[in-house]
Design a protein around this ligand. Structure first.
Ligand code: N01
Length: 486
């Protein structure tokens, strides 16, 4: 095996398909789950759906005229990925149920050594497609471990326990992020009582979701160029948000007015309106879209609890104001380890340092979000500063894949054994990035978000138009790399 790919979500699977098309067929994809799909396989919580329109949230090389809705639900996206993998004939080079436990560069042999659940492997090139929203983050609430011990059902949104029947139960949901705002409306009719524990109120915009009509779907399939045109329209519309988010946050005012009007329209109770109104600038945290979140909070058997959780004592949740609430099931929709992924502990470079150690001083940094000095022949997909809050991650992933495929082609054409990004190229790239982020709403919007790391640096988001990222990743720029011949 020459190329090892970790993970088979949108990024790892996409890399496998594009490498195969380019004639680089000597890869293996190591996937800890039992199927492709990544986050869209794992997040099966009630109401799970994408908040980017389907025609943009799909591979450009595998457009899907058959999306049933403008914003697809999770099962449809998972099916889509499975179908794409089957049609591309890459499943024969997948090793499922195979967690990669450790990956280390061997400087003497100039290859990667992988310790996996199914034994040891070596590879010349490593493509890390383990994703950034893959490792659930559990809240460190004192006593939380006593909840399950007392017979309560507790699970993270990304690890939904479908054996638990919430019907007739008193349920608590911790978190009010993108996952929670989909879960709460989806379960509200089933439960006896729902307590929603909010630490920070999110900004919400309308969700323009609808089923495509039969004539539309016929046209997507049969009218030449129609599908691409629809996709281009969505792309352009989304891209305009970059101006406000990254360059001039004052331009976000219109979104804020829209969001405030939505609160007034959808919530009757003035006190509840006050508590759902965010206290930071719109866009600083991911803007959420929903038409049924506020109406769900306004229901009689739903309480929005804004006092912080002090402790959990068996089945009782105790908040800072001293109130004790007993619940039967607890859903933690508290997000993911993004800038501190446990996967970083498992990847070790030329000097033996793990990515966790590498990132300890300055946070996650990579060249073009993809390559890291000290980690030869390694390419990270959905790497540092490649994330988006407003448009399709699949577009960014495909840009990175272009870069990686061209890197592999270049290495093979020139007979190179190793490529390793030069430290100064990486440093100056990141200096420019951080400067570009200075004026963004993510840095100045007065919020705490998962976009920022422990140092207060934004090491997750791309601060510019996405076509600029596409342009800079179109070709592998070998001049930025130290190379060694085979
Ligand atoms: O996680 P989050 P998510 N005590 O980190 C709260 C993508 N996604 O799973 O805001 C109490 O956004 C936390 O509070 P605060 C998307 O990129 C996409 O919802 O930090 N509360 C917050 O309210 C998204 O951004 C889709 O104060 C605690 C919530 O938990 C990303 O995934 C759907 C807490 C976490 O929100 C993550 O979304 C779902 C604590 N100790 C996800 N710790 C779609 O495409 C955290 N919180 C639709």
């Amino acid at each position: 095996m020459s190329i090892a790919i970790i993970g088979s979500g949108f990024s790892g699977l996409g890399a496998a398909i594009r490498l195969d098309e380019a004639g680089h067929r000597d890869f293996l994809v190591f996937e800890r789950g039992n199927d492709v799909g990544g986050t869209w396989r794992d997040n099966t919580y009630p109401g799970a759906a994408c908040d980017v329109p389907s025609h943009l949230y799909s591979y450009s090389f595998a457009l899907n005229p058959d999306w049933t809705r403008s914003f697809s639900a999770q099962p449809e996206i998972e099916d889509y990925l499975r179908g794409v993998a089957q049609r591309a004939n890459v499943l024969d080079r997948h090793v499922f149920g195979c967690e990669v436990r450790r990956t280390a560069w061997n400087p003497e042999k100039s290859h990667w050594e992988l310790a996996t659940a199914k034994g040891g492997y070596t590879a010349d090139i490593l493509i890390a497609g383990f994703g950034s929203l893959a490792e659930p983050s559990l809240p460190a609430i004192p006593g939380i471990e006593s909840f399950a011990a007392a017979g309560g059902d507790l699970f993270h949104s990304a690890q939904w326990n479908h054996d638990t029947d919430l019907a007739g139960k008193r349920v608590a949901v911790i978190g009010t992020g993108a996952s929670a705002i989909q879960i709460v409306p989806a379960i509200v009719d089933r439960v006896t009582h729902l307590g929603v524990y909010q630490r920070t109120a999110p900004w919400l915009l309308p969700r323009f979701d609808r089923a495509f009509t039969a004539p539309e779907r016929w046209a997507f399939r049969n009218v030449p160029g129609y599908l691409r045109l629809a996709r281009a329209g969505i792309y352009a519309g989304r891209e305009t948000q970059v101006v406000g988010l990254a360059k001039n946050p004052n331009l976000m005012k219109g979104f804020e007015l829209l969001s405030r009007a939505k609160i007034r329209r959808e919530i009757k109770d003035p006190e509840l309106r006050r508590r759902v109104t965010p206290n930071f600038r719109i866009g600083c945290k991911r803007m959420l879209i929903s038409n049924d979140w506020y109406p769900a909070l306004d229901r009689d058997h739903v309480d929005l609890i804004t006092d912080g959780i002090q402790e959990i004592d068996g089945r009782r949740i105790v908040t800072a104001d001293g109130t004790v609430r007993e619940v039967d099931a607890l859903v933690v929709a508290t997000g993911f380890h993004v800038t501190d992924s446990p996967m970083f502990d498992t990847v070790c470079g030329a000097d033996g340092a793990s990515l966790t150690q590498k990132f300890a001083d300055k946070g996650m940094r990579a060249y073009k979000g993809t390559t890291i000095a000290g980690y030869p022949n390694m390419f990270v997909l959905v790497g540092p500063n490649t994330g988006l809050g407003h448009s399709s991650m699949v577009y960014m992933i495909e840009s990175q894949i272009n870069y990686v495929v061209d890197a592999v082609t270049t290495m093979r054409r020139r007979g190179l054994r190793t490529v390793e990004v030069k430290q100064h190229a990486l440093d100056s790239y990141n200096d420019r990035l951080q400067k570009a982020l200075d004026g963004s709403v993510w840095m100045n919007g007065k919020c705490a978000s998962w976009y920022l790391d422990a140092h207060g640096n934004n090491t997750t988001l791309w601060p510019d138009f996405t076509f600029r990222f596409r342009r800079q990743t179109r070709r592998f720029d070998i001049d930025a790399y130290e190379t060694a011949p085979a």
